[in-house]
Design a protein around this ligand. Structure first.
Ligand code: ZN
Ligand code: ZN
Length: 440
């Protein structure tokens, strides 16, 4: 017998599908879809010891809590919802961070691998025939953040035993095993580069004194060059972004990697249709470009499935955010990104009702009134956000926390940071820009 919950998920999914399909499609476009999901951060002790919980949670809700990482129920529910809304996507981008934020002394490599295996199995179960392109997040390593690309045993287990059915090409499986990166053709002349940007992460002690771990830079350049020569387009998919995070301003990458990465990616901006990252657990988009505004590419950061928030102080969490999954529309002939729909479920409501109610938070094209996800569309949006407290800026602030009911209004400084870090890749220039924006 069909359970009521399953029926309701299917019913809402049909309504959502009809809404997505009926959106205007330009002529001469062969529309395709892919999901972007990230940052499950599975806590297998949720509701018991709550080892990921930053503060004591008196009554942990069945779907999670802002002080903790995700229970399996939320993870499975999010993937099941994706499969109900749009099962026939062309592929899924999955940008890492499967383990919970558990302090190293309480954690182990075995549990870390168990968490990656659990999320891998959940995706395989609910998307048994779909191509998935996973990449590594900093919380996929034990201890967290620690990798220089040579941990052969770890990479072998994940790349070979868990993900080889998706990667398929033996040469790319080998590449994955020797550094955690690989490329995958996902359509006619459309390739995804699953990049291991954890190698460049400023919190990774193993690569602090290196300059080119696992020779990923050579591999990137050679792969992008080959794609260009073959007339392919490329989607860059990775966990840690090369852009400047908001509301704090710094580089996620060590200095010796930041410049070369931006230089390399901007050099191939003609090949790259978009970058998709995560790690910040927030919904945001930015332009990656040279200081002279050449070689620009559009960068999109997907929010997390885990509802965990960072700490504002020792007694206070950052504002709530909700679990989200993202459906991207693109042109299969050109790889051009046409738009996306951001879905979310209100975690407080899900806990009080005992079931989730996933719905559309916004459509990128409709919310920002643009025709696609190109750099020129992003420039138009930032132009509209140039005025503090403007409607598009307030909308961006709300979506940033994956909520339709923001608890706090965005401060002028936060708006300045969003606006400047969204368009600049140089830290000093961004800081100067923030000062100017605030004195408007
Ligand atoms: Zn994360
Ligand atoms: Zn991360």
């Amino acid at each position: 017998m069909l359970e009521l919950g399953t029926f309701l998920v299917s019913f809402f999914a049909i309504l959502i599908c009809v809404a997505i399909e009926s959106r205007h499609t330009p002529a001469n476009v062969d529309k395709g879809y892919f999901w972007h999901v990230s940052d499950f951060h599975y806590d297998d002790t949720y509701g018991k010891e709550g080892q990921s919980c930053g503060f004591p949670v008196l009554e942990p809700g069945p779907f999670g809590d802002a002080a903790c990482d995700a229970p399996l129920r939320l993870i499975e529910d999010s993937i099941k919802t994706m499969a109900a809304i749009k099962p026939d996507v062309d592929f899924i981008l999955w940008t890492g961070d499967n383990a919970a934020h558990i302090p190293t002394p309480k954690f182990s490599m075995e549990r870390n691998l168990y968490m990656i295996q659990t999320t891998t199995s959940a995706i395989k179960r609910m998307f048994p025939h779909t191509l998935v392109v996973p990449s590594f997040g900093n919380h996929d390593f034990y201890p967290a953040d620690n990798t220089n690309g040579t941990e052969e045993g770890f990479y072998k287990v994940v790349c070979q035993n868990m993900w080889s059915t998706w990667i398929q090409d033996p040469k790319q499986i080998q590449t994955c095993k020797s550094g955690g990166f690989y490329s995958r053709l996902v359509g006619h002349k459309l390739r995804v580069l699953a990049v291991n940007t954890v190698l460049y992460l400023i919190e990774n002690p193993k690569t602090k004194n290196l300059t080119n771990p696992s020779q990923q830079f050579e591999w990137l350049e050679a792969t992008l060059m080959a794609a260009r020569n073959a007339g392919e387009k490329v989607i860059v998919s990775a966990h840690v972004p090369p852009t400047i995070p908001s509301p704090s301003l710094f580089y996620w990458f060590y200095e010796q990697y930041q410049g070369p990465y931006v230089q390399l990616m901007t050099k191939f901006a003609d090949v790259i249709v978009a970058h998709h990252y995560a790690h910040e657990h927030s919904d945001t988009f930015k332009i990656l470009q040279n200081e002279d505004e050449t070689g620009a590419s559009a960068v999109f950061l997907a929010p997390s499935v885990t509802p965990l928030r960072g700490h504002k102080s020792s007694t206070e969490l950052l504002p709530n955010h909700n679990p989200g999954v993202r459906l991207v529309e693109y042109d299969k002939r050109t790889g051009k990104h046409l738009g996306y729909t951001q879905f979310y479920t209100n975690i407080t409501g899900a806990n009080s009702h005992g079931k989730t109610h996933w719905k559309e938070l916004y459509s990128f094209q409709d919310a920002y009134d643009v025709s696609d996800m190109s750099v020129s569309s992003l420039r138009k949006i930032f132009h509209k956000m140039a005025q503090p407290f403007s409607a598009p800026m307030m909308q961006y602030c709300s979506f940033y926390s994956v909520t339709d009911t923001p608890e706090e209004e965005c401060t002028l400084e936060e708006q300045a940071v969003f606006w400047c870090a969204g368009q600049l890749t140089n830290l000093n220039m961004t800081k100067e820009c923030v000062k100017r924006y605030m004195h408007l």
